[in-house]
Design a protein around this ligand. Structure first.
Ligand code: HEC
Ligand code: HEC
Ligand code: HEC
Ligand code: HEC
Length: 209
């Protein structure tokens, strides 16, 4: 119904525009339209090249920025890499996220944690100087949160980790990622695993506050 009304109104607008634009002689519009189509056809070769190049550039931009392989999450105040720290240097997740089992808010590491190593390792690296700045001015590092559940969902890590569900089951290949991708967990994701493992599916008691 809405589509019909929209189409009719657009047609009425177009007709009025043509009538006004051709001062009441609509035939002029159609002959002019025919002529410009002619001109387009006559220039089809260069126009095709332009269209192809535009497509090529758009395609490149898409694969570079939007394809799942390269899509990165929000920029962080310090370009911290899990791939380097948790992967290559094999630092335990718990060293930086120690409250993950105990608290509703495992939180992100305070800058003291970073300086524990970086007071000695590459201490003069420009990004590490930023850490010293945060430390000296007593500012918490403004890390950008990347994993979300909708507001009315209460998520608790504890029960999950006790069941030996790997961090990767929910957070993906953290150890292979430089910049964590933003993820908003949908209910289907939680339900699917709960169903498989025959966990409580009583939505209101279990997850929704
Ligand atoms: C069953 C899925 C699941 C598993 C397993 C899991 N997480 Fe999470 N994690 C989540 C969800 C969902 C959130 C978002 C919670 C929120 O916004 O309240 C989250 C958030 C976080 C946060 C951010 C917390 C904050 O305060 O902003 C950290 C850090 C984290 N997880 C670390 C870990 C680590 C380390 C492990 C493994 C030891 C792990 N998670 C295992 C689902 C999981
Ligand atoms: C257990 C030790 C340790 C901790 C803790 C640690 N790092 Fe590192 N970090 C390293 C090592 C080792 C390197 C590699 C140094 C090198 O390239 O020689 C590194 C490198 C870096 C680099 C440079 C990466 C590059 O591109 O060259 C940055 C930035 C960085 N860390 C940020 C942080 C931040 C932010 C924290 C705190 C959340 C932190 N680190 C905590 C050990 C640590
Ligand atoms: C050297 C410290 C360090 C280690 C080790 C580390 N992390 Fe982190 N983690 C951070 C910092 C700093 C952030 C915030 C910046 C970011 O999101 O990249 C973070 C963010 C996260 C987040 C995103 C939380 C949110 O919603 O913003 C998750 C999930 C997470 N880490 C999981 C892990 C897991 C799983 C491991 C082990 C495989 C791990 N981390 C090891 C320092 C660390
Ligand atoms: C990879 C599997 C998996 C995923 C994904 C998962 N869960 Fe769970 N969840 C479990 C298991 C297994 C238990 C049972 C733990 C136990 O028996 O103590 C559980 C238990 C729970 C409980 C406690 C239930 C009770 O009986 O009181 C809540 C609440 C919960 N999960 C919420 C969530 C939410 C919210 C999400 C999505 C953000 C989620 N879970 C994603 C496996 C999962």
């Amino acid at each position: 119904m809405e589509i019909l009304i929209t189409t009719l109104s657009l047609l009425a607008l177009l007709t009025t525009a043509i009538l006004i634009g051709t001062r009441g002689r609509p035939k002029r519009f159609f002959s002019a339209f025919g002529e410009s189509m002619h001109a387009v056809w006559a220039n089809r070769a260069p126009l095709t090249w332009v269209a192809l190049s535009v497509l090529l550039v758009l395609g490149f931009l898409f694969f570079f920025y939007a394809s799942p392989a390269t899509r990165a999450g929000a920029a962080q105040p310090i370009p911290f890499s899990h791939q380097l720290h948790a992967g290559v240097k094999a630092i335990d997740c718990r060293f930086c996220h120690p409250y993950v089992e105990r608290s509703l808010h495992p939180g992100l590491p305070p800058v003291e944690k970073c300086l524990y190593c970086h007071n000695h390792i590459i201490a003069n690296h420009p990004e590490i100087r930023k850490e010293h700045n945060y430390f000296n001015t007593n500012t918490p590092t403004p890390w950008v949160k990347v994993f979300y559940v909708p507001e009315h969902v209460l998520f608790n890590h504890q029960r999950h980790i006790k069941q030996e569900i790997a961090c990767e089951a929910c957070h993906g290949e953290v150890k292979k990622t430089d910049r964590l991708k933003g993820t908003r967990f949908q209910m289907g994701f939680c339900i699917e695993c709960h169903r498989q493992r025959q966990v409580n599916l009583d939505c209101w008691l279990a997850c929704h506050s």
